[in-house]
Design a protein. Sequence first.
Length: 266
Amino acid sequence: MIVTLLTDYGRDDEFVGVCHGVILGICPEARIVDITHGVPRYAVRAGAVTLRNALPYTAVGVHVAVVDPQVGTERRAVAVRCEDGRLLVGPDNGLLSLAWEVAGGAELAVDVSRSPHRLEPVSATFHGRDLFAPVAAHLAAGAPIEDAGDPLDPAELETLDLPSARVEDGALVAHALLVDQFGNVALDVGHDELAGTGLKLGGGVEIESGGERYLGTFAQTFADVGAGELLVYEDAYRPLAVAINRGDAAGTLGLRADTELRLRAR
C-alpha cells in the first residue's frame, strides 16, 4: 500500500530518512511517496492546504502529515478513516482537516497518542518517528484502524478555518494562502467565485495591497505577459494566484499568509 509523507522537517537532517526506515522496517512492501518536507516550519495551515491539494493526485492509502508545533504537549495524535477509504495520520491540530474534506469527510477516528503500535520509549520531540510512522506502517500492513488507538468522535477533531474572499465596493477582497518557492501566491478565490467580479481572461487587473496599487493582467499562464510583469491566473489547483513572470510576486508586493488584497477589473 502507498504511504505518503508531508512534513516541515526539511532535508538537511536525518528525520525524513529515519521515518522511511521505521515504516519499511514494519511494512517492507510499503511504497513511500514524499509529497514534500518543505512546508514552512510550524506552518500548520500551509501544510493543510498543501495536503489538500496533493491528495486527489495520490492513490488511496495511508497519508501521514507532520507539522506539529505542539509536539510533546497534551495535543492528540490521531488516525482518521475517510469516506473514500483513505487513512490520515498526524497531530490533531487541524492539519488533516482540509484533506478529509476532499476525501468525503471523516468516517471514523481514533486517538493514537497511546497506540499499541508506537515505538517505545516515545520521544517528547520526535513523534514522526515514534508514533506517526509506526502507526502508518501497521495500517499499511493491514492492521485495522480500530486497533490503532482509542475511539474518538470525528466531531471532536480539530478543524482549520480558512479566510473567505468577498466582494466589497466593487472589489474582490482576497487573502494570501500559500507562497511557493517562486514567490507565486495562491489566494482564497475559487473558479466559481469569479462570477460578477468583472475579471476576465486577457483583461487588466488592479491589485491593492498594503496601501499600494499594482497593475497586471488576468492571464492563462506566465508566458502571456512579459518578463517582470504581474499576472493573476488560475493555478494548477484552480484557485486564483498572483505571480510575476520570472519574478517574485510575494516579495515585490509584500505578500505573506493572510495578507488581504483587493482586485479590480481594469
